[in-house]
Design a protein around this ligand. Structure first.
Ligand SMILES: C[C@H](O)[C@H](O)[C@H]1CNC2=NC(N)=NC(=O)C2=N1
Length: 96
């Protein structure tokens, strides 16, 4: 099982991402896409990455604003898996 990151490790890992904030055992990023179809397309790309990683974000879609939340439920905290997928989500969002 993936190791839980300590507070300091998690805070440092967040600084290497773009636009993510940490709230305890969860990190999140909200992005406003140009349109609703763009938002759905981004979510679909993230879905493929999540399946490939076998790690899945909570996703909130409101018109063209999408929030991704990550936590490793099985470990009960933040792990490298969250930060690896967050970095991939940055790749999707920053390419729009
Ligand atoms: C068996 C499989 O690896 C687990 O159910 C995975 C699937 N996706 C997951 N996603 C997230 N975010 N946390 C998990 O603990 C998790 N567990």
């Amino acid at each position: 099982m993936a190791e839980i990151l300590h507070d300091q490790q998690a805070d440092e890992a967040v600084t290497k991402l773009s636009g993510w904030t940490r709230d305890g055992v969860t990190i999140e990023r909200t992005a406003k896409l140009p349109s609703f179809p763009d938002a759905i397309a981004a979510v679909n790309k993230v879905a493929l990455l999540a399946e490939a990683a076998d790690h899945h974000p909570d996703i909130d879609i409101r018109w063209r604003t999408v929030t991704f939340r990550l936590s490793t439920h099985s470990a009960g905290g933040l792990t490298e898996k969250d930060f690896a997928l967050a970095s991939q989500i940055d790749g999707v969002l920053d390419a729009v």
